[in-house]
Write a protein that binds this ligand. Structure first.
Ligand SMILES: NC(=O)c1ccc[n+]([C@@H]2O[C@H](COP(=O)([O-])OP(=O)(O)OC[C@H]3O[C@@H](n4cnc5c(N)ncnc54)[C@H](OP(=O)(O)O)[C@@H]3O)[C@@H](O)[C@H]2O)c1
Length: 255
């Protein structure tokens, strides 16, 4: 896909693999809408892209651990832009970020479920009118191979909590949402796919979990860029990819 004239929003682009993807998209000529919680980290990425001679990205600050934060981000993007060609839902927290214990969001939801799944669900739905108006358009949900069946009697994991299960449940939720949304979007010109970018990339999330990285952000970032911009996946929707390759998600949505 040619990126000139395309507008791309990528959440969680102030760090990790999102930061790499944002820089690559800017280098390819896209108008990039970057997002994170921290203004200084956003500014440092904007400066880096500008120094490299590319159009300065527009930074949006929003905390996606509250539904109000997601609504605020969507409203700002809808108010500022006449088109949105690609939405990459990438922001996330790992199994250990902000502590391994069970925490709840501002709205009272289990925190990893709220940040990793609910925010992307809400953002995609709020941004859909603009994506549809800009069709052909794409949504990419950055999920993971870490997937745990969802106990629909205890989605908020009030019993038997651990961070890995909470993270993996939120990631399977993103994948299930992708499949459902693709069905709803048939014929609209908007596709939606999810992926595991790469295993244990060298990012804050992985290091915070005490894990030794085994992949680079370039490897995972290139897999995200493939789904976001690759001509070979232009008509694919509702799929889950492991890196560059189509794969099967955990078939067990219910425990
Ligand atoms: N790393 C891996 O090996 C791996 C493997 C599979 C899947 N993934 C997925 O890849 C995505 C990116 O992960 P990463 O490894 O690049 O992580 P990272 O380096 O920790 O970056 C996470 C990004 O998400 C943002 N974020 C976190 N909590 C937020 C919140 N409450 N509101 C708004 N933004 C928030 C962060 O913003 P701040 O700068 O404000 O903190 C940051 O920009 C995640 O969805 C993750 O699950 C990663």
């Amino acid at each position: 896909m040619k990126m000139d004239g395309k507008t791309v929003l990528i959440t969680g682009s102030t760090d990790g693999v999102g930061r790499y993807v944002a820089a690559q998209l800017a280098a390819a000529g896209a108008k990039v809408l970057i997002h994170g919680r921290d203004k200084a980290r956003g500014q440092s990425l904007a400066d880096e892209i500008k120094r490299a001679g590319h159009a300065e990205p527009i930074f949006y600050q929003a905390d996606l651990s509250s539904l109000a934060g997601s609504r605020q981000l969507a409203s700002a993007v809808l108010a500022d832009h006449k088109r949105l060609d690609i939405f990459i839902s990438n922001a996330g927290i790992g199994s250990q970020n902000q502590g391994p214990q069970r925490q709840t969001s501002a709205d009272g939801y289990e925190l990893r479920f709220a940040v990793n799944y609910l925010s992307g669900f809400l953002l995609a739905n709020l941004l859909l009118p603009l994506l549809k108006a800009s069709a052909p358009a794409r949504i990419v949900n950055v999920a993971s191979l870490g997937q745990h069946p969802i106990d629909f009697d205890d989605v908020m994991i009030t019993r038997g909590y651990n961070g890995s299960r909470a993270y993996a449940q939120s990631k399977l939720s993103q994948i299930m949402f992708t499949i459902d949304l693709a069905n709803e979007l048939k014929g609209s010109g908007v596709t939606v796919n999810s992926l595991h970018p790469a295993t244990y990339m060298n990012t804050t999330m992985v290091r915070a979990g005490g894990i030794t990285p085994i992949s680079t952000v370039e490897q995972g970032g290139d897999a995200i860029l493939h789904l976001a911009t690759g001509d070979d996946v232009a008509d694919k929707s509702g799929l889950f990819f492991n890196g560059m390759n189509e794969a099967k998600a955990n078939p067990l949505p219910a425990a």
